[in-house]
Write a protein that binds this ligand. Structure first.
Ligand code: ATP
Ligand code: MG
Length: 258
């Protein structure tokens, strides 16, 4: 398979705490990977290594499209096309929708001035297509501070897709969302797949993860406890294995189970 991203032998220690221990992890092109694991399993630490925020401990290697990335930094990861969407921190509340979409990557006209008209028109287009906003109450000028959690999520994902992110990472995007907003958020993950991009989807709720992913990776106390193609196991089987991991740290029933 074509790997978009590959981590080899990645460990991360913070003083006495081993957050990640010899982790091998990959994301294929146009693959949606569900990353599951209890609190403190190391999921967010893994994300921070992928986004260049933390360097891995020595010996760990990061490959992007088969090219080894030494000293990966946050701007490098962003330039490569890796975007993280956090629910809370994603948007600037005081600013309009169009400013949020184009923040940091403003369009300019041929005189080098901000192309406000162009950005407003593009935003309107995205609202009608990618974001699926139909409410007449929302316009490119609306301040995103009034948006629901699900709408905010949609704006952030749309922005990532618009700027051609190749890998979009969602770290617990459904946290605090209502049922309808969660559904909308999961539809956005389907949109990432349909757009031909890849995604790492982190969520505690396997009922959210299972339907939208191609593969599931289970992290347990810093190590990869299992990896499944979705079509290899039913949701019930997955649930049973996750309970087993929680009890024993082992995904397979190898006789060591308590
Ligand atoms: N900057 C840091 N300094 C010290 N310890 C850290 C740091 N970041 C993470 N840790 C520790 O590493 C471990 C893994 O944390 P991480 O945030 O990656 O877990 P997580 O799987 O994202 O958990 P959650 O589901 O609660 O978000 C935890 O024990 C955490 O306390
Ligand atoms: Mg986390």
């Amino acid at each position: 398979m074509d790997h978009l991203l590959q981590l080899k032998n990645v460990s991360k220690t913070f003083g006495e705490v081993t957050a990640l221990h010899h982790v091998n992890f990959e994301v294929g092109s146009n693959e949606i990977v569900g990353l599951l694991g209890d609190n403190g399993a190391g999921k967010s630490t893994l994300v921070k290594i992928i986004t260049g925020y933390h360097p891995p401990d020595s010996g760990g290697e990061i490959y992007w499209k088969s090219k080894k990335m030494d000293n990966l930094s946050v701007p490098m990861a962003r330039d490569m096309g890796i975007e993280v969407v956090y629910q809370e921190r994603a948007l600037a509340d005081q600013q309009s929708l169009w400013r949020n979409i184009f923040m940091g990557r403003e369009l300019s006209n041929r005189w080098g001035l901000l192309d406000i008209g162009g950005m407003t028109r593009e935003t309107q287009k995205l609202m009608n297509t990618a974001m699926g906003f139909t409410s007449s109450a929302v316009s490119p000028e609306s301040s995103v501070g009034t948006f629901s959690g699900g709408e905010r999520q949609g704006v952030a994902i749309t922005r990532a897709l618009y700027f051609e992110a190749e890998l979009i990472i969602l770290d617990e995007p459904t946290m605090g969302l209502s049922l309808t907003e969660t559904k909308k958020c999961l539809e956005f993950v389907d949109g990432i797949k349909a757009a031909g991009k890849s995604c790492i989807f982190i969520d505690h709720n396997i009922f959210h993860v299972y339907p939208v992913v191609d593969r599931i990776v289970v992290l347990d106390r810093g190590t990869i406890a299992g990896m499944y193609m979705k079509n290899e196991l039913s949701m019930d089987e997955l649930l049973e294995r996750l309970y087993r991991v929680a009890r024993t740290g082992n995904l397979e029933d190898n006789g060591k189970a308590a």
